[in-house]
Design a protein around this ligand. Structure first.
Ligand SMILES: [Zn+2]
Length: 508
């Protein structure tokens, strides 16, 4: 099944987390912009974060089997009424042997019976513990999707949302309530997750309950790991088993380039930590990558076996995904802004590092932006989810906004300032924002209401753009797929500032 469609179907049924259904939690799909398509009680208890007045978190302690083929999960619930739980809908049949025991008194464990694909936990005034097993090997064979459960080269890829029982009812406010997760693996086996770590305990992950239906990517396996430091954050890289020709030094340089490009553009690395899972594939080039947030930040990056170091250094995909890390999840109908930003910012971020030349930025825009113009049946950006309008229509929005901010502020402010402010206010892939919030934060940073005004004009109706006139003002001329930049064009200074970046005095 199409993962995004599947996601929508799954989320639509999570009544208690209804606000979730409308967000683009499959965030950041990474379709290329150049082509159309994408235990014992004592041992199990985790210390709860002791915030006065806060509801105690739900805690999960997970033990992986020898190859992680089976996960044994102990879920500890704070005192509360009857609650219903379910794992990711498509994985419900892989939850087995669920039992329940009250933490107060000396009751024996009782079997929990399933009602459909949900489990009902009786009221537990003194708190209780649910124990179950999750058959990850069966889920991976059945679902075979890295966003849900899949086996690749002996490792399992499966976000916690696939194997953690999530509350469907009985939780007052999933945006306030939190969960904590610890995963224990046998010697030689590793677990990695893009979830953020708890502030008081780096061995534990912690996020909001409302993040549980679509947590960041995670993997179990014989993984090789290294870290890449970035300003304001760290990238945790996990290389899955499988042969690739490029060595770890070049992988490190590739991740470092993408992280530096993003940190330079956005003023800092957008999240305190991000997981990059490198998935070797049998083909010959860097491939389709995807990003996933909600309580953390993660990317799966595919690298073909015979990818050369040169091809890796030139590839754009990881920078595109890192732009997704740098912006909040929006409602599904605004995917055009998430993808448009990634499409527009990625080459600029690489040009500012000197990885590509400014001419390449302008050549890409000159060839790509016409694909983002409205077609005859267009109903505005919020209502026309075609490939062209999503990637290049969104990029056109960002490009015009950047130009107008620069023109109205004498090139003193730009889209950079708007996006930096959004990151500075915590707007990154770990959270979900209404689009208006993001545009408002951006507008306040630039001092002009370009983003909100442009959105109001473009969201519900097609707006044509005279790109030829724009290229003339900018001094960008495309001839036989080569681009020529005219230094005497009226907007030459703005054009050059876009690819060159802010003056040194404004750099981080
Ligand atoms: Zn994307």
């Amino acid at each position: 099944m199409n993962p995004r469609l599947h996601l929508l179907l799954s989320l639509a049924s999570l009544a208690s987390l209804a606000s979730f259904a409308s967000f683009a939690l499959a965030a950041g799909c990474a379709a290329p912009p150049v082509a159309p398509l994408q235990a014992s009680a004592a041992a199990s208890a985790l210390p709860a974060a002791a915030l006065p007045g806060a509801t105690a978190p739900i805690t999960y302690v997970v033990k992986a089997g020898p190859r992680a083929e089976v996960l044994t999960v102990d879920m500890t619930l704070p005192p509360g009424p009857a609650r219903t739980f379910r794992v990711e809908e498509a994985a419900a049949s892989f939850v087995r042997d669920a039992t329940f025991v009250a933490l107060s008194g000396r009751g024996a464990a009782e079997a929990l019976s399933a009602e459909g694909d949900t489990l009902r936990v009786p009221p537990c005034p003194g708190g209780c513990r649910v124990h179950y097993r999750f058959f990850l090997d069966e889920a991976a064979a059945s679902l075979d999707d890295v966003g849900y459960a899949a086996e690749r080269n002996g490792a399992y890829l499966a976000p916690p949302s696939t194997w953690l029982l999530q509350p469907l009812s009985g939780v007052p406010d999933p945006d306030v309530g939190r969960f904590r997760l610890r995963v224990d693996t046998p010697p030689g086996l590793r677990f990695v997750s893009g979830l953020f770590r708890a502030p008081d305990d780096p061995s534990v992950y912690e996020a909001r309950l409302s993040d549980l239906p679509r947590t960041p990517y995670a993997a179990f396996g014989v993984l090789q790991r290294f870290e890449v430091a970035a300003p304001g954050g760290v990238v945790d890289v996990a290389v899955l088993p499988g042969a690739i020709d490029v060595d770890h030094d070049h992988l490190r340089r590739w991740v470092d380039d993408a992280a530096r490009g993003i940190s330079t553009y956005f003023g800092r690395f957008p999240v305190p930590s991000a997981l990059v899972i490198i998935l070797p594939t049998p083909d010959g080039r860097p491939g389709f990558s995807t990003a996933l947030g909600n309580g953390g930040a993660s990317v799966i990056a595919r690298i073909g076996r015979s990818t050369t170091t040169e091809a890796l250094a030139r590839s754009w995909e990881l920078t595109h995904e890192f732009v997704h890390l740098s912006f909040p999840n929006l409602h599904l109908r605004h995917s055009w802004l998430e993808e448009g930003l990634a499409t527009y910012v990625e080459p600029i971020a690489r040009a500012r590092l000197g990885i590509i030349k400014p001419e390449e930025v302008w050549r890409g825009l000159a060839l790509g932006l016409p694909k983002g113009l409205p077609e005859p049946d267009d109903r505005g950006l919020d209502h026309t989810p075609t490939w062209g309008r999503t990637y290049w229509g969104g990029a056109l929005f960002c490009f015009l906004a950047d130009l107008e901010i620069r023109e109205r502020t004498g090139n003193a402010r730009s889209l950079d300032d708007a996006l930096r402010a959004i990151v500075a206010e915590g707007g990154n892939i770990s959270v979900r924002w209404p689009i208006e919030q993001a545009l408002d934060v951006g507008d306040r940073a630039t001092g002009v209401t370009v983003l909100s005004d442009l959105y109001a004009r473009w969201k519900d109706r097609p707006v044509d753009v005279d790109l030829d006139a724009l290229w003339r003002r900018l001094g960008v001329r495309l001839a036989e797929r080569r681009v020529f930049l005219d230094p005497s064009a009226p907007l030459a200074a703005i054009r050059d500032a876009i690819a060159a970046g802010p003056p040194v005095s404004r750099a981080p």
